[in-house]
Design a protein around this ligand. Structure first.
Ligand code: TYM
Length: 332
C-alpha cells in the first residue's frame, strides 16, 4: 500500500493556508493510503520558541488534525521528538548532503534574511531533517502546499543519492502531492506574499480558530483593487488580490476556478466579500469549535500522541536498523 507522510510545525497560528493547502487534503487521502501525520516539533526549534507555548501549540496542531476530520485510529498522529529515529536518520543523510544543495534553498534565505551569519545550523539543515521524516517511513507520497516543493525535491535527491551510493533501491523516491485550488494561499494584505504564521499582522491571515466576526472583519479589510470582480481567469491572474480571494472561495466551496470566476464576474467586492466571509465562517466555525473542545481535554490529546508515538516508533525502528546495516554501522 502506498504510504503518505506529512507534517505541520507547531509554531504560531494555524491559518487558512495550512488548512486548504495541506490538512484538508489529508482528510480525503486517509481513505486510500496508509497515512502518517506528524507535528514537527524538532523543526519548530530551528527558530526560538517559548517552551510552554511550544507544548501548547503541539497539542493545538494535534487538535486541528482531528477536528479537520483525520481519524487517529486509521492514521498515525504523533509529534516528531517522540521518535528518536528522525534525528538519527537526519544525521546519516546530512553526511550525504552537499552544501551546494542547501545553499539553493529559498526558505533558508528568507528565514535567515540579512542575518545569515547568526542563523543556526538547525535552520540550515532543516530540509535534511524533513527528508529524514519522509524517508524514515519509506513514504511514497507527500501532500503539501506549494511552498514545500523545493524541500521535497531535496528529499527525492537525497533518496536517490543514498540508493546510488550504496547500490540499493532501499528508499522510494517520494512524490509531492500539491492539490486543489488553494495550494498557495496569499496574505490578505498583499496578494504577492504567502499567508504565513509568522506575519506580524494578524489581518494578513485567517486563523483556524478565528470566530465569525473576526473572519468577516479580516475579509472586509482584505486588500482589493477598485474594479469589479474579473470576468475571466486571465484577468483574475493579473490581479493578485482578487485571484487569491477567488481561489479561497473556490477551495472552500469545492468549486474550480472557472466556476468561481463565472459566479462572481462583474460583481462588486463588497457583495463577494460578504459571501466569502459567510462561507469561511461556516467551514472554520465547525472546525474551530471542535479544536476548542479538544484542547480543553489535554489528557485525550496526549493519549492520541502517545499511541501515535508507539506506532510510529514501531514503523521507524526496523527501517533505521536496515539503514545502519547498509551504511556499515556495526551493531554488536
Ligand atoms: P508548515 O508548518 O510551514 O506548513 C504546514 C503545511 O501548510 C502548507 N502551507 C500553505 N499552503 C498553502 N498556502 C499557504 N499560504 C501555506 N502556508 C503553509 C505547507 O505547504 C505545509 O504543507 N516543512 C514543513 C513541515 C514538514 C513536513 C515534513 C511536511 C516537516 N517535515 C515532512 C511534509 C513532510 C513546514 O514548514 O510546514
Amino acid at each position: 500500500m502506498n504510504r503518505i507522510f506529512s507534517g505541520v510545525q507547531p509554531t504560531g497560528n494555524l491559518h487558512l493556508g495550512n488548512y486548504l493547502g495541506a490538512i484538508r487534503n489529508w482528510v480525503a487521502l486517509q481513505q486510500e493510503y496508509h497515512c502518517i501525520f506528524c507535528i514537527v516539533d524538532l523543526h519548530a526549534l530551528t527558530l526560538p520558541q517559548d517552551p510552554e507555548q511550544l507544548r501548547a501549540q503541539t497539542r493545538e496542531v494535534t487538535a486541528a488534525y482531528i477536528a479537520a476530520g483525520i481519524d487517529p485510529e486509521r492514521c498515525v498522529i504523533f509529534n516528531q521528538s517522540t521518535v528518536p529515529a528522525h534525528a538519527e536518520l537526519a544525521w546519516l543523510l546530512g553526511c550525504l548532503t552537499p552544501l551546494g544543495w542547501l545553499n539553493r534553498m529559498t526558505q533558508f534565505k528568507e528565514k535567515a534574511g540579512k542575518h545569515r551569519e547568526e542563523a543556526g545550523l538547525g535552520l540550515y539543515g532543516y530540509p535534511v531533517l524533513m527528508a529524514a521524516d519522509i524517508l524514515l517511513y519509506k513514504a511514497t507520497h507527500v501532500p503539501v502546499g506549494e511552498d514545500q516543493k523545493q524541500h521535497l525535491e531535496l528529499a527525492r535527491d537525497l533518496a536517490g543519492a543514498f540508493n546510488r551510493r550504496y547500490g540499493t533501491e532501499f528508499f522510494p523516491l517520494p512524490e509531492p502531492q500539491i492539490l486543489g485550488t488553494a495550494a498557495r494561499v496569499m496574505s490578505l494584505r498583499d496578494g504577492t506574499k504567502k499567508m504565513s504564521k509568522s506575519d506580524t499582522s494578524d489581518y494578513s491571515r485567517i486563523n483556524m480558530t478565528d470566530d465569525a466576526d473576526t473572519i468577516a472583519l479580516k475579509i472586509r479589510k482584505a486588500k482589493t483593487d477598485p474594479q469589479p470582480l474579473p470576468a475571466t481567469i486571465a484577468e483574475a491572474e493579473a490581479r493578485p488580490e482578487a485571484d487569491n480571494l477567488l481561489g479561497i472561495y473556490a477551495a472552500l466551496a469545492g468549486l474550480d476556478r472557472e466556476q468561481t470566476v463565472a459566479l462572481f464576474a462583474g460583481r462588486n467586492f463588497s457583495e463577494f466579500k460578504q459571501q466569502l466571509a459567510d462561507l469561511a465562517a461556516e467551514v472554520l466555525g465547525r472546525i474551530g469549535g471542535e479544536m476548542r473542545r479538544l484542547t480543553a481535554d489535554p489528557g485525550y490529546i496526549d493519549a492520541v500522541l502517545r499511541r501515535g508515538a508507539e506506532r510510529a516508533n514501531a514503523l521507524a525502528a526496523p527501517h533505521l536498523r536496515q539503514v545502519f546495516d547498509i551504511m556499515g554501522l556495526l551493531r554488536p
